[in-house]
Design a protein around this ligand. Sequence first.
Ligand code: TXA
Ligand code: MG
Length: 314
Amino acid sequence: MSNIYSNTEENIKKAAQVILDGGLVAFPTETVYGLGADVYNAKAVANIFAAKQRPHFDPLISHIAEVDFLREYAATDERVFALAKRFWPGPLTMVLNRIEENPSIDLACSGLRTLTVRMPNHPTALALIKAAGVPIVAPSANKYQSISPTTAQHVADGLGDKVDMILDGGACAVGVESTIIDLTGKNAVLLRAGGTAKEDIEEFLGEKIIVSSGNPDLPTAPGQLLRHYAPKNTLRINIQNPDNDEFYIGFGKYDGNLNLSKSGNLAEAASNLFAFLRIADEKAIYGKIAIAPIPTTGLGLAINDRIKRASYQK
Ligand code: TXA
Ligand code: MG
């Protein structure tokens, strides 16, 4: 029996109760589907790691529906509230300093002195968080290092009965994970390129964002691991002339078996990326995938980041 439920008001209420009872609910956000648990329930949070087979504890993003949660737990200032006002709800995640001792959220924060938080721009996600009345911690609802899910079926394919309920809210509009910026210091630092363009944040802040080079052996974010978001087949990127035995994912004028966006629209390309990687994984008869060149501006930065990691071979 499938554990996918349509996102009716009644099912959202039911899912909120599952969360409050310490269960795991996969839910749609505008970026990718998340695997959610009650931020205050350490056992449920631990179950997230088990379900994903993430090798070690690693801080999770708290998803909130109101900024008030921030005031209680995080060091906030005008910059934080201004960013929240401009970009939330939306695919921007902020890493903030925690204030005071709040052991109840220790596990969600992996015992770090920082709290990582965002407000997702999806009516089902917001309704679920409000109905539960607690922030919901959620990594992407996929097994460790595999392709992030952008439909309810992707979640079911990857996690199956390890999740109590999957709320179906259709395909994710953005399609790549949120942009993560670290605001614990004076200057904003980009930890992960994502659904909010770096240029838009820079323009709003009136300053350049430092890009964290990251240490792949000791990543601040597993998204910084060299191999991540990986399909089963080999993947070559930046390819204008694919080999005959390669399944070719095109972009713009480089047309292929699939085209991320015929008109060269990067938002459209981002929303198709993970689903196309899954299709390519199934259809590449010779086990080889190639992807056309994608510009590195706007959402292209996140797309290139993901495909670079997906193509990494030891
Ligand atoms: O779009 C998204 O952000 C999706 C949806 C579900 O909201 N979530 C998501 O979560 O991508 P996850 O766990 O797959 O990626 C969150 C990343 C991880 O790489 C984690 O290491 C990093 O955020 N992270 C979380 N807290 C951090 C912190 N305090 N310092 C540095 N990195 C942190
Ligand atoms: Mg992930």
